[in-house]
Design a protein around this ligand. Structure first.
Ligand code: PLP
Length: 364
C-alpha cells in the first residue's frame, strides 16, 4: 500500500471521515492510562457523553475499548444470565446480531420481527413482554435504513419492569436521543459513526437500574474485559483495570466536543437538509426511497432503491476507481439498494456533490 492514500470520498454508513479536530488530537503526545491528565480528560468525556445521550447527572458513561459490537456485547454479558427471557426486536442484520449475542450469554430469546424495510410495531412488543427481563432494540437499523420507534417501545418496556438496551450506533450524536426521558437502561454507539472519531471505541451509558440488575447477578459476567464493576473501578475510582487506548480517547474527546459545539439540534438539521438535497438530486436518475413509510426512514442512512436495470456493481466499481466509496445492500437487499451514510462528517454537501459529478460522468 502506498504511504499516502489519495483523497477519498467516504459515503458509507460508517466509518465516516475523521473530524479535523479529532485528527489533530491523535497527534498529541502519548500519556499513560493512569495519568491524572487522562483522568481529567475522561471526566470531560463522561460529562459530554451524558449530554449526547440525554442522561441524568448520575448516569454512568464510559468508553469501551472496542467497536460498536463490543458495546452490544457488554450489554448482554453484564445484564443477562442463563435462562433469562430476552425479547429482541430484529428487523435487520444488527437486530439479528443482538439476538445471536443474547443467546450466547444464555438468554431464552424471543424475537419480534418486521418485514424488511419496515419498523418494529410497538404492539408486537407489547404482546410478548410477559416474563421478559430485558428488551433490546436497534434504534437505526443500518442494514435497511429503518428507524425503529424507540420512545414508544421504551414506554411499554418501562411499564413491564424489564430493562431496555438500545443500539444507538447510527443515531446518538446526530438524531434525537433522550435516554432519561425515554427510560433506556443501556445505550451504546461506535466512535466511527455519528461522531466521526476513529474506530476502536464504544461510548456507553448505563442506568442505575442496569447497575442494580448487575449487582444482583448469581455469577460474575463471563466477559471480564467489560465487567461493569471493572469499568467503574477505572472510570470512577481511577484504579487499573486494563490499558485504555489513550490516543483514541484524545480523538473521541475532540470529536465529541466538536459535535456539542456545533449543537445536537443543528446536527439533526444538517442531516435533514443534506438528505433532502441528495434525494432531490438522485430522483431524476430513478432512485426512490426503499423504506415505504416516511416516519420509518432513518435520516442518517438513506436507503435508496436503485433504478430499473442499474448496474450496481459496475457503477460502484467505477466510483471506487474515482476514490468514492458507496455501500450497496446487505443480504436480501444486495443489488437492490444503496445505503448512503449521513453520519458525522459524511453529512456535508461537498462529498455528495463529488458523487453527483462522478455519476454524471459514469452514466453519461
Ligand atoms: N449496530 C449497528 C446499528 C451498526 O450499524 C453497526 C455497524 O455498522 C454495529 C452495531 C456494529 O458496530 P461495529 O462494526 O463498530 O462493531
Amino acid at each position: 500500500m502506498p504511504d499516502a492514500t489519495p483523497e477519498h470520498t467516504l459515503l458509507t454508513p460508517g466509518p465516516t471521515p475523521i473530524h479535523p479536530r479529532a485528527m489533530q488530537a491523535l497527534t498529541r503526545p502519548m500519556l499513560g492510562h493512569m495519568d491524572p491528565e487522562v483522568f481529567a480528560l475522561n471526566r470531560e468525556i463522561q460529562a459530554d457523553l451524558r449530554v449526547m445521550y440525554g442522561t441524568e447527572e448520575s448516569t454512568f458513561t464510559a468508553l469501551l475499548a472496542g467497536t460498536g459490537s463490543l458495546g452490544m456485547e457488554a450489554s448482554f454479558a453484564n445484564l443477562v444470565e442463563a435462562g433469562d427471557e430476552v425479547l429482541v426486536c430484529a428487523n435487520g442484520s444488527f437486530g439479528r446480531r443482538m439476538a445471536e449475542m443474547a443467546a450466547r450469554y444464555g438468554a431464552r430469546v424471543r424475537l419480534v420481527t418486521a418485514p424488511l424495510g419496515e419498523a418494529i410495531n410497538p404492539d408486537a412488543v407489547a404482546a410478548h413482554l410477559d416474563g421478559v427481563r430485558m428488551v433490546a432494540v436497534v434504534h437505526g437499523e443500518t442494514s435497511t435504513g429503518v428507524l425503529n420507534p424507540v420512545p414508544e417501545i421504551a414506554r411499554l418496556v418501562r411499564q413491564s419492569g424489564a430493562l431496555l438496551t438500545v443500539d444507538a450506533v447510527t443515531t446518538a450524536g446526530m438524531e434525537p436521543f433522550h435516554m432519561a426521558e425515554w427510560g433506556v437502561d443501556f445505550a451504546y454507539t461506535g466512535a466511527q459513526k455519528c461522531l466521526s472519531a476513529p474506530p476502536g471505541l464504544a461510548p456507553v451509558a448505563i442506568s442505575e437500574r442496569a447497575f442494580a440488575r448487575f449487582a444482583a447477578r448469581r455469577a460474575p459476567t463471563p466477559l471480564w474485559y467489560c465487567d461493569f464493576e471493572g469499568l467503574r473501578d477505572y472510570w470512577e475510582d481511577h484504579s487499573y483495570h486494563h490499558t485504555v487506548p489513550v490516543n483514541l480517547h484524545y480523538a473521541l474527546h475532540a470529536a465529541l466536543r466538536a459535535a456539542l459545539d456545533e449543537g445536537l439540534e443543528n446536527r439533526q438539521r444538517r442531516v435533514q437538509e443534506v438528505g433532502a438535497a441528495i434525494q432531490t438530486a438522485l430522483a431524476p436518475l430513478g432512485f426512490t426511497s426503499y423504506v415505504r413509510r416516511p416516519e420509518d426512514r432513518l435520516p442518517t442512512v438513506l436507503a435508496l432503491r436503485l433504478p430499473e436495470g442499474f448496474d450496481d456493481a459496475g457503477v460502484r466499481t467505477a466510483l471506487r476507481e474515482r476514490h468514492i466509496s458507496v455501500t450497496g445492500g446487505l443480504g436480501p437487499t444486495a443489488g437492490l439498494i444503496w445505503r448512503l451514510g449521513l453520519m458525522g462528517e459524511t453529512a456535508r454537501p461537498a462529498p455528495y456533490l463529488t458523487l453527483m459529478h462522478a455519476l454524471e460522468d459514469i452514466l453519461g
